[in-house]
Write a protein that binds this ligand. Structure first.
Ligand code: ADP
Ligand code: ZN
Length: 787
């Protein structure tokens, strides 16, 4: 027998190996194996097993890793789809489906040595003093870990071994499982009595779970649901009860949550329902804060079928749950579901594909669905389930839009706090209620500028202004981490003005000014600068929960998942920030962010109030957030997307070229563009693609990236005519962040409905493309952002 093996290097090729007699029966599709490759030994995954190979002189497999096949055939199939659709080497996709800790040969269960007292047979010989002391110690306790015995009896392992030699004790290696949550005590929870909209939603989900596997019949009910309900409307309770249904069916479930929402509280809710009490099902947790060992053990609990419920971040979608009944993607609109390195997959979309392959029901949940998912409901591809109200009729917070243009008038410049927000904070402090302030920018000031000559301190490696961090008295780059001392005079040789100024506001400055305005307030800042370790985060949240803090200031880190009943005020310091990004999703992001941050207010008995400070008060993203009007926002935004043929009316592929020499990058981008046109677009007298007219000299600024929509649509080649007739090729343009870490970046954007077909063509084009050695190309299908 021979095995076809995909090695861990991206060769886009598989190799045949002999299965030696000694390993017969141990090698199967999905096995991890060690094989010889040239002079080296390498790890790989068996993708097929066959009677014979077309090649001769095969080398044998050296070793099988793990007692079980690590990649199940279903996950293997999923990895193949990822390689195809996301345009990456199959080896790269395969690598991402196994956690590093499972893939590595030496990773394994942690074995600990235990010492056990053996039954005494016959006369006991007299022991030397030191052994006798140890014997006295262990014979009382009967058994204990070797390490503990050595420590407590103040002895050495060698002495204990001598006791073993004379037959008094036995030392054995035993697996001891690492449980990242072993220290928490979790009280069991019972299913709640659902309200009518919850009953309706759960009913549809369980009906789909009970339905027979769909046939080719197109009228079969959809098994993907979008659960659209405001924060606090009881979505999680529905997830819990749907999972219980999967367990009753003898199936398992995967729950995806954004990394940032994987707080101990979230995990606890799932463990409380399933791990304690009568169900006693293990809930495995997979996320990046686990140690390699913990991750190994959690993963194997799933593979062995002991844990049937998995809760985790993005990559948990590959968990080997079998059979799989249900996949939940909470906060489905979150862009952190997109992996930003190869394979650049979108876990929500992978979830839908996996659901289809394994006939599992998929539930996407959100208070602010992505435009794509909501559009899929309108098209009938997904079923929309709505939870229109908060549980217990809690009211939605009152959202007040503060026009900062007015606050800025007459004054020296716009203040950080409008009079309205200041007044509201004062009230909260008097009433002993809590406040959350949100600003998605850390640091003190966002730039250092000379008012006389206009000099701006920029990172030497990136095209980005340096941020001022006052506590450390330094300027630092948030892209590459470069940092330097703050100059005391303008660094411009010809200027040397001592009155250089800092502009823009970061969380540090909000904290400082707030401290001056409200010296009596207890303030806690939460951003990447202060929250360096997991304990910092836990402590800060703990202090806020117990009321030791009055005001919490934070970035993205505090935008979601937090539930504090005493918070009655939320202030968004600068709501327009995300709006000015050169990205077609800028408005969608802004709407989502405001809605989410607002959701932190009024989760207790007292109604919440939200102040949204903005310079563009009439923008739809801001106006609609005022009434929590997702549908209103959707209707306005979808029109813009349709006109410009942006998702959901097309899919986007972003090709980014990167290199240290700008000219070479531009030249390569132009070359790639011509190749794309040659292969995908028919040439003809009246046919041209968008955005090329002036060549490099006329590169569009990135902010105008959507301007090409008005240009005539490109026409495809005869052969692919039907597939790519809607293809738009835009660019090359400089990436929004042109230079980062000394690399220049230019991009080409492709838009079409036929993305699967385009991905296949792109793979061919990319492989045959001859790029200069120091220029690299990244292909991103369905990019989360255009920068
Ligand atoms: P979401 O996931 O939509 O934010 P949750 O499921 O967390 O909502 O529900 C919000 C709160 O309401 C939680 O404390 C939850 O225990 C409670 N809750 C949910 N459903 C019910 C119900 N049917 N009856 C009573 N309380 C409920
Ligand atoms: Zn930099």
């Amino acid at each position: 027998m021979i095995a076809r093996v995909s090695l861990e290097i991206a060769l886009r090729k598989e190799f045949d190996y002999l299965i030696p007699a000694a390993l017969a029966g141990q090698v199967d599709v999905g096995s991890r194996v060690q094989v010889p490759f040239g002079p080296r030994k390498m790890l790989g995954v068996v993708t097929a097993v066959a009677e014979e190979s077309g090649r001769v002189n095969l080398k044998p497999i050296l070793k099988v890793i793990g007692a079980q096949t690590l990649v199940t055939p279903k996950v293997l199939q999923l990895a193949r789809w990822i390689a195809d659709y996301y345009c990456c080497a199959p080896e790269t996709a395969l690598k991402s489906v196994l956690p590093e800790a499972v893939r590595k040969e030496d990773a394994g269960w942690r074995e600990r040595l235990f010492v056990r007292v053996l039954p005494v047979i016959g006369e006991m010989s007299k022991l030397p003093k030191r052994q006798q002391d140890v014997w006295n110690f262990i014979s009382e306790r009967r058994e204990m870990p070797l390490a503990e015995l050595v420590a407590l009896a103040k002895t050495t392992a060698a002495t204990v071994r001598k006791l073993e030699d004379c037959g008094r004790v036995k030392i054995t290696a035993e697996v001891s499982e690492r449980d990242p949550y072993s220290r928490e005590t979790i009280l069991p929870s019972q299913p709640l009595v659902l309200n009518p909209s919850q009953v309706a939603a759960l009913g549809k989900i369980t009906a789909a779970m009970d339905a027979p596997p769909p046939t080719a019949d197109a009228s079969a009910p959809s098994s993907t649901f979008l659960l659209y309900g405001v924060t606090g409307s009881g979505k999680t309770e529905i997830y819990l009860q749907a999972i219980a249904h999967a367990l009753e069916q003898g199936k398992g479930a995967i729950v995806l949550v954004p990394e940032i929402a994987l707080t101990p509280q979230t995990v606890e809710r799932f463990k409380a329902r399933f791990s304690s009490g009568k169900l006693q099902t293990l809930v495995a947790v997979l996320h990046s804060h686990l140690s390699a060992g913990e991750r190994h053990d959690e993963w194997h609990k799933i593979r062995q079928g002991r844990a049937r419920i998995v809760i985790g971040a993005r990559s948990a979608i590959f968990a080997p749950v079998e059979p799989l009944g249900l996949i939940i993607v909470d906060e489905e609109h979150e862009h952190t579901y997109k992996q930003e390195e190869a394979p650049r997959y979108q876990a929500r979309d992978v979830a839908i594909m996996r659901g289809r392959m394994e006939n599992a029901v998929v539930v996407l949940g959100s208070a602010t669905p992505s435009l794509e998912s909501y559009a899929n409901c309108k098209k009938g591809k997904y079923t929309l389930l709505e939870l229109p109200e908060r549980v217990d009729d809690q009211k939605m917070p009152v959202v007040r839009i503060v026009d900062m243009r007015q606050a800025a008038r007459g004054d020296k410049g716009p203040p950080i706090f409008s009079p309205q927000l200041k007044e509201a904070i004062t009230q909260r402090l008097e009433r002993k209620e809590q406040t959350i302030l949100f600003l998605n920018r850390r640091g003190y000031s966002t730039s250092l500028q000379c008012p006389k000559c206009g000099y701006v301190a920029e990172c030497p490696n990136c095209s980005l202004a340096l941020t001022y961090h006052r506590a450390e008295q330094k300027l630092s780059c948030h892209i590459c981490g470069h940092s330097e001392k703050v100059p005391s005079v303008c660094p411009n040789e010809k200027c040397r003005n001592p009155a250089i100024r800092f502009a823009g506001t970061g969380t540090q400055k909000v904290e400082a000014i707030l401290g001056k305005l409200f010296p009596q307030a207890r303030i806690q800042r939460m951003d990447a600068d202060v929250m360096k370790r997991k304990e910092d985060y836990r402590r800060a949240l703990g202090d806020f929960r117990t009321g030791k803090t009055d005001i919490l200031i934070g970035t993205q880190m505090i935008a979601k998942g937090l539930h504090f009943p005493r918070v009655t005020l939320v202030g968004i310091i600068y709501a327009d920030m995300a709006l000015h990004q050169p990205d077609f999703r800028a408005a969608e992001r802004t709407f989502q962010l405001i809605t989410q941050v607002s959701g932190r207010a009024g989760r207790g008995d007292i109604e919440g109030e939200v102040f949204v400070q903005t310079f563009t008060p009439f923008h739809p993203a801001i106006q609609c957030s005022r009434h929590h009007d997702f549908v209103g926002f959707y209707e306005q935004e979808i029109e813009f997307r349709e006109q410009l043929k942006y998702p959901p009316f097309s899919r986007v592929a972003l090709l980014t070229l990167k290199g240290r020499n700008e000219e070479k990058v531009v030249f390569s981008a132009e070359h790639l563009k011509r190749e794309l046109e040659k292969k995908l677009v028919a040439t003809g007298p009246d046919r041209r693609s968008a955005g090329t007219a002036g060549g490099v000299a006329n590169l569009l600024p990135a902010a105008d990236m959507f301007a090409d929509a008005a240009a005539p649509e490109v026409r495809p080649d005869q052969k692919m005519k039907n597939l790519f007739r809607d293809l738009v090729i835009a660019g090359p343009t400089p990436s929004p962040l042109l230079r980062a870490e000394n690399y220049y970046r230019y991009q080409i954007m492709l838009r079409t409905r036929a993305m699967s077909a385009l991905s296949r063509e792109l793979a061919k084009i990319v492989q045959s493309l001859a790029l200069p050695e120091d220029v690299t190309l990244a292909v991103d299908i369905d990019p989360a952002s255009l920068s």
